[in-house]
Design a protein around this ligand. Structure first.
Ligand SMILES: O=C(O)CCC(=O)C(=O)O
Length: 208
């Protein structure tokens, strides 16, 4: 077991589940992903300018699960055996926790934070293909990192550490009333990988 945080008081729509993965399971997924050939540092559009994202990314999904964010359509990579295995585990857990008959994730966005200089700015996951109140299962691997949440109105803010093997479940109004970020840090931190499993509504085939 990894060290865990208890008694977290998060806003509605956010649920933190420490120790979702066993250490063995965590280590095997982390080591399979760390050396994957698909990682890329992609440009995104910010305030009208194209800039390189401060992290490496990849997108894995079903062929129809086309997903774009910050002006860029993601190239879809095929599911790996490790990701398929953890997807099944997550679908079961999330359906139980949210008392839903079934949950099926057809895409996962992967982020690698190489050092503390990598991060993710304030945003909400509100792309049209996610629907209005998406269910997102966010799995953390590798180094712990701070995760911050702020209300879109007012000054309320929450900070937590996402530990390796933990699951952060976001649902309900989490992407409507709140924004989240992974702040950069000057502390020496090792590599972290985050996987956000999503349910993408099909947009139709790619035009050739
Ligand atoms: O790395 C994380 O924990 C957050 C990832 C995230 O916010 C996203 O993929 O939208």
């Amino acid at each position: 077991m990894f060290a865990t945080q208890n008694q977290l008081n998060l806003p509605p729509g956010f649920e933190y589940i420490p120790d979702f993965l066993t250490v063995e399971n965590h280590n095997s997924i982390f080591s399979a992903l760390v050396d994957a050939e698909f990682w890329q540092q992609e440009p995104i559009q910010m305030f009208g300018k194209w800039v390189l994202q401060p992290r490496l990314t990849a997108y894995v999904g079903d062929p129809e699960a086309r997903y774009s964010y910050a002006g860029a359509e993601q190239r879809i990579r095929p599911w790996t055996p490790e990701l398929l295995r953890v997807r099944g585990q997550l679908e079961h857990e999330v359906a139980n926790r949210l008392a839903l008959p079934a949950v099926s994730f057809n895409g996962v966005l992967l982020n690698t934070y190489r050092t503390g200089e990598d991060g993710m700015g304030w945003h909400q996951d509100n792309e049209p293909e996610l629907g209005r109140e998406p269910v997102i299962a966010s799995l953390s691997l590798g180094a712990p990192r701070r995760f911050s949440i702020r209300a879109k109105t007012g000054t309320a803010r929450w900070d937590l550490t996402l530990e390796p093997g933990s699951l952060l479940l976001m649902h309900g109004r989490s992407q409507v009333d709140f924004q989240h970020s992974v702040p950069k840090t000057r502390l020496a931190v090792a590599q972290r990988i985050n996987l956000t499993f999503r349910q993408i509504k099909p947009k139709g085939p790619l035009k050739s």
